[in-house]
Write a protein that binds this ligand. Sequence first.
Ligand code: ZN
Length: 177
Amino acid sequence: MSLLPLHLLGSPVLRQHSTEVKTVDEEITRFVADLFETMQASKGVGLAANQVGVARRVAVVETDDTRLVLINPVILESEGRDSAEEGCLSIPEVYAEVTRPARIKVEATGLDGKRYTWEGDGLAARAVQHEIDHLDGILFLDHLGPIKRKMLLARYKKEHKDENYIKEVGSTAAGST
Ligand code: ZN
């Protein structure tokens, strides 16, 4: 297993619509293990393939009570509304309140190559939605109002203007996805 470099805001791959995975082979299995390792080293609760520069529909989520491998995930049902603060490993030190459906039912392929469904709410449901957004090139900032988004982006760009948009995994804030 190996740690993968994180792509930060500004990297074009974060805006790419990822392509479906055709078969769960050895390469994908290894990639999923690397995603988990990179996520854990970054103290995140989720990580999508785009965030490590790979535009394929693969993501992982891990909270205290839920561990999901999401290959070609699709949200089948969603209900309710819930607001909570979100962050993103690709946009370090930026946090904002995001409103999303509270409860979701998602279908995805697991490492055994079979489709499964998962239903849940809370942090895991939020993380799953955040990661599926990534696979479609959507960032959590896109869910905010235009003024708030502009403000956070301007501040981020000012603070990170001299940085490369690919970062080796080191220290990042906890709870980001
Ligand atoms: Zn994210």
